[in-house]
Each structure stands twice: as C-alpha cells, then as structure tokens.
Design a protein around this ligand. Structure first.
Ligand SMILES: [Fe+2]
Length: 221
C-alpha cells in the first residue's frame, strides 16, 4: 500500500507536532500495511523552505528506514500557489524523483478556469493527482467534474476518513460514488495524527479492491 497524502513531517503544518509523534505515525503506517509513504505538507501560501524541511526530512527518512518503510518527499500544493511557481520550484514539490504533483483546491469553490489550469500544468510536463475530490462541495454536486479530470489524465486520491464517515456524510457519499464510477486511483490517510492510520487500514480493507489501476502508483509501491 502506498500512502501519497499525509502530514507526517513534524512542525510544518497542522499535522505532526513533534518528532515523537512522527515516529508513532510511521509505526502506525507500517502496522496499517503501508510500504511506501510520501510526506505531503501543506503548501498554501508560499513554497516550502528547504532549510526548514531538510532536517525534518532527514530525521524522518532515517526513522522510516529503520522500520522498513520507503519514505519519499512530496507536498500538497494549493492550486493558486502552484500556478505562481516557476517550473523548477514546482518540480521540487512533486513526489520525490517524479514529475507528479498532489494538487489541492478550496473546499467551497473551484477555480473558474479549472480545465485550462490543469491543461497548462500538464503541458509543462506535470502529472497531476487531485487530493480528496470528495471533499470539494462543487464536485460533490457535480460528479461530471471529477470524471472530466480523469479524462484529462488526472488521477484521483480519496481520503480514508471520508470513506469511514457517518451515514449522512457528503464526502462519504461522493467518495463511494467515485469508487463505483471507477474514478479513484488511490486511497490515502491524509494523516494528521496516529489514529488516522487505523482509518486507512479500515478503508483499504473495505474499498481497496475498487481502485482504478495506475501505472504510476504501481511503480511507486
Ligand atoms: Fe492533506
């Protein structure tokens, strides 16, 4: 299993708050069946600062290696920030060693020029994975949008927590519909804390067989 969306690097965003919490999250990921883990801190205003990220990355990679987890760096990049970055900077926010970017939108509104933006990034050479489409209100109401994004070549990543949501959860309803439509390539933890990895295990056991095939993710895992 590959977890391509989590906030496991400590002290960077609203995820792990300490090196010990990161260590516990790594162990929980391993116990949940994760083999490859891509750390994806939020990038919502400015690019990641390598001086801040690097020491955390090194310590976390060492801890991951010690327990037999493959650890890679990535980022969860807000679309407006992605559009402001030059190609080289954006490449540094892709999943380590690839040109694949985890892209995030606002929950309550999508950019009016969504398709043009996607195509623009693709023409620059980026593969795009859309983070948790089931959480965006407009996509919940219009499943034709995620369907179109897949047709454009994007891959879709659903959050485990959405799939484990309550009966009246709109995110759960949307995530299940996307799975039934065979549009979802990956279920990830979007983990902010240790307990989120139990959610990942549960969601993968129940829905893992419904994922759409992805050569990229197959190679990564
Ligand atoms: Fe996230």
């Amino acid at each position: 299993m590959v977890d391509i969306h989590n906030h496991i690097l400590y002290g960077l965003d609203d995820g792990s708050r300490s090196i010990n919490e990161t260590k516990a999250m790594l162990r929980a990921a391993k116990a949940a069946g994760v083999k490859t883990l891509v750390a994806t801190p939020h990038v919502r205003k400015a690019p990641l600062n390598p001086d801040v990220v690097r020491p955390r990355y090194i310590r976390t990679a060492e801890m991951a290696e010690a327990i037999g987890l493959r650890f890679l760096m990535g980022a969860e990049v807000f679309h407006a920030v992605a559009m402001e970055m030059d190609c080289q900077t954006l490449l540094h926010h892709c999943i380590e060693g690839t040109n694949t970017l985890l892209l995030e939108f606002a929950y309550d509104t999508l950019p009016p020029n969504l398709d043009r933006m996607i195509i623009h990034l693709q023409r620059q050479g980026f593969n795009l994975i859309i983070a948790h489409p089931e959480r965006y209100e407009v996509m919940q109401r219009h499943l034709s949008i995620p369907k179109r994004l897949v047709k454009l070549g994007c891959e879709l990543q659903v959050d485990a927590e959405s799939l484990n949501g309550g009966l009246f959860s709109r995110s759960k309803k949307c995530a299940k519909q996307l799975l039934k439509m065979n549009l979802v390539h990956n279920i990830s933890s979007d983990a902010h804390q240790v307990s989120d990895y139990k959610q990942l295990k549960k969601a993968m056991e129940k829905y893992g067989h419904m994922l759409r095939h992805s050569y990229f993710l197959e190679e990564l895992s």
